[in-house]
Design a protein around this ligand. Structure first.
Ligand SMILES: [Zn+2]
Ligand SMILES: [Zn+2]
Length: 390
């Protein structure tokens, strides 16, 4: 029987077998890298779906960047989504990222004109590499992992009452317009008397750092600016190390002076700095003040015209639990048992950082206060305890 099968028959049965296999394994044959940014589905759309999707894309355009946070053992970093990287679909460079620049030289000789063209390759400058450049800028900003997802839409309101909700919304709007005007300043389109510092002030956990980071990310992603996040205490420690090794501190400060946007988080926190460290800090503020560089400060210390609500201040004078923090060994009447790290309850920003730095900040800074906005974390912790105690 088999000998009677023609070559054509064998070929077509093989063909059928292959088709069967392909239909069984269809899913894995068309499997593409998984989307990690949430912009597209697991599978690449088939030709028909693609047409539909193109129609839909006219109605609703998702213009967010295909960026996600890559988590490895001990590191968090921004990364371009392997499935949505615009480079993969780029017809201009076919995925290489290179741009070919043609130069045409015309030579005149006795026999007439000759054209000679040279192709210069400019690596990684194709428009499709835009997302990769943003990712690089975001990673250079050194945003702490717990704030990496910050954006203007990531604020929680469920723990706020109507008044607090309204205030929070106003704060977010103020910050958004500060970002717009900051971008305009950098691009040279705004009046020079515009404020270019922003100080976010108020209690712990009220959302200051989240709002500052959302702004930094907004300016990096929408305007391709350079930025850097630095914690005040961390910076002081770095300066201390420089001082001990008899170095100038310039290698640390240079980048902080030069970036387009700088966040100094927890300004004033900690209290073991010496004169030299304060002087370096003063240099940093002064340099950014003189160069009109966008600087965002978050702090628990209040400027002169603000005050914490008396009932928020955790005075513990009536029940001394510990006298560890009190230099005299006894709780003093003014601060009770407030630890040094929380001196902001009773000490102003002026008292904490000195007149020189304070007056510069005051002169060129806008202020947004988070007074009376409760801590989300604290409230969630309390709710958890209430649940536990039932
Ligand atoms: Zn994706
Ligand atoms: Zn390209």
């Amino acid at each position: 029987m088999s000998s009677s099968r023609s070559f054509e028959e064998i070929f077509s049965s093989l063909q059928n077998l292959i088709e069967l296999r392909e239909s069984e394994e269809g899913a894995s044959v068309t499997l593409m890298p998984k989307c990690l940014c949430g912009k597209s589905d697991y599978f690449m759309p088939q030709a028909k779906d693609l047409e539909e999707e193109l129609d839909e894309s006219h109605e609703e355009q998702d213009d967010s960047e295909p960026i996600y946070i890559e988590r490895s053992a001990n590191k968090f970093r921004f990364a371009v989504c392997p499935a949505c990287n615009p480079r993969l679909q780029c017809r201009l460079c076919e995925g290489t990222g290179h741009r070919v620049l043609k130069e045409v030289h015309v030579f005149e000789t006795d026999d007439g004109e000759f054209e000679h063209s040279i192709e210069n390759i400019s690596p990684n400058t194709c428009a499709c590499t835009h997302t990769e450049r943003i990712v690089e800028l975001l990673n250079q900003a050194e945003i702490p992992c717990k704030y990496m997802e910050a954006d203007f839409q990531s604020f929680r309101f469920e723990h706020l009452n109507d008044f607090q909700r309204k205030k929070m919304n106003e704060n977010i709007h103020k910050m958004e317009s500060f970002c717009d005007s900051s971008a305009a300043i950098i691009k040279g389109g705004k009046a020079s008397n515009h404020k270019y510092f922003m100080t976010l002030t108020g209690p712990v956990g009220s959302g200051k750092t989240l709002l500052a980071t959302a702004s930094l990310k907004n300016l990096i992603m929408n305007h391709n600016l350079t930025g850097r996040f630095v914690e005040f205490q961390f910076l002081l420690n770095q300066l201390k190390a420089e001082y001990e090794q008899k170095r100038s501190g310039f290698s640390i400060l240079k980048h902080l002076i030069e970036v387009d946007i700088l966040i100094i988080d927890e300004f004033g926190k900690g209290r073991n700095e010496n004169e030299w460290q304060l002087e370096k800090l003063d240099d940093l503020i002064n340099s950014r003040y003189n160069a009109k560089k966008i600087t965002i400060i978050t702090t628990n210390y209040l400027p002169q015209n603000f005050k914490y609500d008396e009932k928020e201040i955790p005075l513990t004078t009536h029940k001394p639990k510990s006298n560890y923090w009190s230099p005299s060994g006894k709780p003093d009447a003014l601060t009770g048992n407030i630890p040094v790290n929380e001196s902001f309850w009773t000490q102003t920003m002026l008292e904490r950082v000195g007149a020189r730095m304070y007056e510069r900040i005051l002169e060129v800074s806008e202020f947004i206060d988070f007074l009376n906005i409760p801590s989300y974390r604290k409230l969630m912790g309390k709710n958890f305890l209430d649940l536990y105690n039932k």
